[in-house]
Ligand binder design. Structure first.
Ligand code: PAF
Length: 232
């Protein structure tokens, strides 16, 4: 696996592969990798002849009181996992490399219809930060396909929309969530849970899965479903 830190190095390698007619898959991440990320790389390898991943903790998607400063940065350990997963190229840019001007002066990408609802209602700048950095990464890596976990469903919808609206010639592949044995979705932020929170967290998924099964079975009394879910 080759690791590069600048856009020029990334583009040079991708250009060689493009000239050779290779199909390129891209997995953008913020690092602190777990089995869910490695599964994305494995899926990428099944769909393309070359795989590129990025590790960049993107400041523009964190609100002022969020965990940008404390977000775990584990590049060496991440790189070892990516080597073992058979990745071809890791792009690990610096903040000035990605944002050479003050952030407020940089062009931004916003997906208006999808960014202010659900999770975006309490994280007003988050999805615009994601859309901006993903657009930049797509222009830098110029992949044929890009893979994202379905765990962050709204995130995946925002990325599909920006690809459609901005005409990126990239297929977006959503990959089913990888879970712990008790059902909790794997996430870098699970490390923030206290022992008590970690113990109750799987109940959320179990409850949602049970409600979904009831809906599929024909239940249409939504109030009853909601009331039952609250008692789990
Ligand atoms: O899902 C993530 O890890 C990030 O939002 C992404 C897509 C790498 C953009 O920073």
């Amino acid at each position: 696996m080759q690791t590069v830190h600048t856009v020029a190095e990334l583009r040079a390698q991708v250009a060689v592969w493009r000239r050779a007619g290779e199909r390129i898959a891209f997995v953008p991440t913020m690092g602190n990798l777990h089995r869910g990320h490695i599964h994305l790389v494995e899926q990428a390898r099944q769909r393309a002849s070359r795989t590129v991943a990025s590790i960049f903790v993107n400041p523009t998607q964190f609100g002022p009181n969020e965990d940008f400063a404390g977000y775990p940065r584990t590049l060496d350990a991440d790189a070892r996992q990516l080597v073992a997963a058979g990745l071809d190229l890791l792009f690990a840019p610096s903040v000035p490399g990605m944002y050479p001007r003050p952030l407020a002066a940089m062009t931004q990408v916003t997906v208006p219809e999808l960014s202010g609802i659900l999770c975006g209602a309490s994280r007003p700048i988050h999805f615009s930060g994601v859309a901006t950095v993903v657009s930049k990464l797509f222009n830098m890596a110029q992949p044929d396909i890009a893979l994202f976990g379905e765990k962050d469903w709204q995130h995946l919808m925002v990325i599909r929309r920006l690809v459609a609206d901005l005409d990126f010639p990239i297929d977006i592949i959503g990959v089913p969530t990888v879970r712990e044995t008790d059902g909790l979705a794997m996430s870098s932020r699970n490390a923030y849970l206290s022992a008590e929170e970690r113990a109750v967290a799987p109940i959320l998924y179990a409850t949602l899965a049970a409600s979904a099964a009831r809906l599929r079975g024909g239940e249409r009394n939504y109030q009853r479903l909601a009331d039952e879910a609250k008692t789990q």
